[in-house]
Design a protein around this ligand. Structure first.
Ligand code: ATP
Ligand code: RIB
Length: 291
């Protein structure tokens, strides 16, 4: 079982040719609504790959919250720990996507910030959590959990850096890695993080794939070459696929290779959630044929 402790947002995706400059007004090409939030994206992506997933998250007592719960039921997520918070609104995210598939995101946290330490229980299996909820709730989840703990530090706003001592695997992207370490030199930054994190730091590098760093070694695992359409949630799909393979007791290298394949495929389609099992079989077959 994978337990995800994290956020839900209704994503409002605004497609543009180019991002506006400060003070500039531009026209949208299209506006789309979809389910998002890093917690929900990671939970649903892992469930689509075939894992049993329990989500601990909060929504508002509103239509968006009810639609989220309906969506999770359809996606076979265990919703027994979902909280509906009275007097707060479901989180929303405003996502600009330009013609190259780059994104800029503003999140209104709403009910995500009402998820509290009391909403967390202990469990084993794999824990996957991110930073779109209160830091003290992330800390409680990391302290309560008995299994393998993965923290995707997104966004990288961590006040009490000692929570990294509770983490087995940390999965920053390049920007988050810099924000966490203040280091221009990657080796120096890794040394700082590997003194805290118990098992590994995996830096996701966009089109270049991902770097696995443990106390013993560094291994760069390249991603397949693709033509990106929308990179929103690439990190979410990567983390979900990583957790899914680690749950199957695969080793780190094999799990990151799988995560790269699934995440790179996901950037060729719109939306922040990964492919279903049927598509995955095709992706894996194609990657075998390319060898
Ligand atoms: P996001 O914030 O958009 O969700 P991220 O910045 O957290 O993503 P990235 O490092 O950009 O994460 O990407 C995560 C993973 O997705 C990469 O390690 C890689 O496997 C895959 N990926 C992302 N962009 C590309 C790309 N252009 N081509 C191939 N694979 C990609
Ligand atoms: O990682 C992508 C997610 O970040 C989006 O779904 C949006 O909700 C923001 O939280």
């Amino acid at each position: 079982m994978i337990t995800v402790v994290g956020s839900y947002n209704r994503d409002i995706i605004i497609k543009v040719d180019e991002f506006p400059n400060s003070g500039e007004t531009i026209f949208a090409k299209e506006i789309l609504h979809s389910h998002g939030g890093k917690g929900s994206n990671q939970a649903v992506s892992a469930s689509r790959l075939g894992s049993n997933v329990r989500l601990i998250a909060a929504v508002g007592d509103d239509d968006l919250g009810r639609e989220a719960i309906k969506f999770w039921k359809e996606e076979k997520i265990d919703i027994s720990k979902i909280k509906t918070k009275k007097n707060s609104k479901t989180g929303t995210a405003y996502i600009l996507v330009n013609k190259r598939g780059d994104t800029m995101i503003i999140v209104n946290r709403g009910a995500n910030f009402e998820l509290s330490e009391e909403d967390i229980d202990d469990a084993d299996g794999i824990l996957l959590t991110q930073m779109e909820i209160r830091e003290k709730v992330v800390k409680k989840a990391l302290q309560s959990f008995n299994g393998l703990k993965i923290l995707n530090p997104a966004p990288a706003i961590i006040k009490d850096i000692s929570i990294l001592n509770l983490v087995d695997i940390l999965t920053p992207n390049e920007i988050e890695f810099k924000e966490l370490t203040n280091a221009d030199d990657i080796e120096y930054g890794l040394e700082i993080l590997l003194k805290k994190v118990k098992m590994a730091v995996i830096i996701t590098l966009g089109e270049r794939g991902a770097l696995i760093a443990t106390k013993q070694k560094r291994i760069l695992i390249p991603a397949p070459k693709v033509k990106p359409v929308d990179t929103t949630g690439a990190g979410d799909v990567f983390n979900a696929a990583l957790a899914h393979y680690l749950e199957k007791n695969e080793d780190l290298e094999t799990s990151v290779q799988f995560a790269n394949k699934i995440a790179s495929y996901s950037v060729t389609t719109f939306g922040a959630i990964g492919p279903r099992l049927e598509e995955v079989k095709k992706i894996l077959e194609e990657s075998e044929n390319e060898k």
